[in-house]
Design a protein around this ligand. Sequence first.
Ligand code: C2E
Ligand code: MG
Ligand code: MG
Length: 741
Amino acid sequence: MPTDTDSNPSQKTRISRSDTIQFLGALEQLQKLQDVQPPRILIVDDDKPHRESLITLLGLVGYECLSAGSGSEALAVLKRHHVDLLLLDLLMPGMDGHQLMELVRARNQDAAIIVISGDATWAAATKAMRRGADNFIRKPYAPDEVFVAIKRSLAQREQRKLLERKMVRQRVSEQLHRFIVDKSPDFIYILDASGCFRFVNERISDLLGYTREELLGCHFNSLLVDATVTEKVIFNTPRDVEKTVTLEVQFNKKPGMKSGNSDPVTVELTVQSAYYRDFTNGRRVFLGSYGVARDISMRKQVESQICYQAHHDHLTGLPNRSLFNDRLALAIKQARRNKGKIAVFFIDLDHFKTINDTLGHALGDRALEAIASRIENCIRRGDTLSRIGGDEFVLLMPQLKMEEDADNLARNIVEILQAPLCLGHHEVIITASIGIAVYPDHGRDANTLINHADLAMYEIKSRGKNNVGFYSPKLDKVHLSNLSFEVEMRNALERNEFIIEYQPQVRLGDGSIRGLEALVRWQHPTRGRLAPCDFIGKAEENQTILPLGNWVIEQVLHDVRNWRKQGIDPPVVAINVSALQLRQSNFTTVLVELLQRYDIPGHCIELELTENVIMQDVNDKMRCLKKVTDAGIRIAIDDFGTGYSSLSNLQRLPVDTLKMDQSFVDGINPATGENSMVSIIIAMARGLGLGLIAEGVEKPHQAQYLEQAGCRQGQGFLFSTPLNFSSTVRYLEQAPCGPVQ
Ligand code: C2E
Ligand code: MG
Ligand code: MG
């Protein structure tokens, strides 16, 4: 079915205004030829009674008559009216009949002329006939004589007209046909028996760049991109079977065609062969063929675009899930046949939601594009990388020689992704967790392989992310237990399986206590003691962090009240708070109520929020944190330096303390004792007038460097590991308390 896309813009503008006018003119001519009116007679005679008697006479037999008393009057009538026949007197004063006839004929008026004259000489008659008269009647005449002459002259005139009409009709219709063929949006041609062009329409010039003359006489094959198939279809098959052949072919454009590109044009070609029967021997003789070629390049382009979109991810241009599944199914078939191996990777970006939440979706999209191209740069041509979800990619490695190759590639990807990525004015680090499943060891069908790679990835996530791992059957059990995790966690709260440990924060100068950080642990009945990294992430996913977070706050307040009662008051206790908790509309109200209930002043409590949590929806956060700080509660930014804080936002938010992430402390060079990032963070905290705590201080040289560089507070195993309630009491009793900064 023809569509809009079958005609390109150049085809649409092919019929110009003058073409249209010419076309309409031809149609009008045809119309005129059809208009047949009753004959009208003009009687020209200076003898009025004679004129009138003729009018009466002719009126009796139904002719429509006009009259004129002189030659000039007759010319005036002819100017205004169409006249079929003139009854003309020769002898008139002024312009005589001969002169009038001459003028009538000179003006191409085609009326029949019958001369009625009193001059009955042979000379007068021949002179009249030479000047264009059709008949000659001598006065006086019998009425019958006039009728017969009129009839005959009109009949002759009608004959003439008919012939003329026929010729005009033929000419006009030929013009119309030529117009229609030439202005057709399709390329129309006729080939002779040897396959050479005998006719081509005008369309050829803007379709392929040839003039008609250039192509006439050339062989049809000279246009074809692939002459082999079409040669057979177009020239052989129709010779045997009388039918129309429709096929898709590509035409080459004229080399060096001036306008447009030089790509071949795809056309839908309809070809019909022509034969005649040789009656001498009864055989059919092939005359040639004629065809119509419709440019379907645009349609093809749209079709291939639709096909591409149906199989590719719009953002990264990578194959989508459906194309990936096809390729995976094919790879499995081949591997089965060749007894080979294939690997399927499930790649999930770590904390990608934070990028979207903090930098916005536009930069998030740019990050995805950049990550896709980084991974693509690591893989071989035969591998298929596909984006199957927001930040989820799958990779197919067909023809795997050994598992080690998959492991190497995955580690390579993890490493390459770790390099900082520039997004607008931000520099971010995006890591990925990769799970791998291998055919046939870990699954024999596409679904199982993808699910098992996913499971392996999930395991990597739960073990700290940014790593690579293979599927193993024991993960199925872990997976099953993940499903029941939510139920287990809710039970754990009821069964009091969570405990809190406190890690001291000290002043680096004298080791006095700055405060404590509350850290939750899960004393799991079967799995043993679980660290926060084993359950906080999952609790955030399924929202059990809300009851757990509330429990932590209440437990800390409970402990602080007990210490205060014993007279061992820690200067400040820090509580980690996750984004979901802070998003609760009544978070601050409930917290303030609890402080009142436990009779604890706000300044004894510090809330630790990670950079990314605090920088999300800064305006909302401002309102919420303002209420918190109004109650005297302190705010610390945890793991500072790993997220995306903007300096201006830091200044606007009511923050008291920055907690320098332990990766910076780790990076302090043991030999030189330096780390430029540490110096920058120290300078930043000082510049903003904020307190600073270095996290994860494990070695004396770290503490030394930090103190020298201007960081006065630290937390880490060097001073103390996190302690249970009674050990904390002992620690507090021994160490002196210092000021909180
Ligand atoms: P964080 O808030 O940055 O806590 C510091 C983490 O560093 C703790 O890990 C602590 O045990 C560990 N750490 C302290 N000193 C050192 C050191 O010298 N070297 C090393 N390598 N590590 C040290 P932990 O207890 O496993 O907690 C991990 C994270 O879990 C915490 O990081 C915090 O983000 C989160 N978390 C802990 N408790 C809670 C909680 O009650 N609620 C929420 N929402 N998150 C919590
Ligand atoms: Mg913390
Ligand atoms: Mg921290």
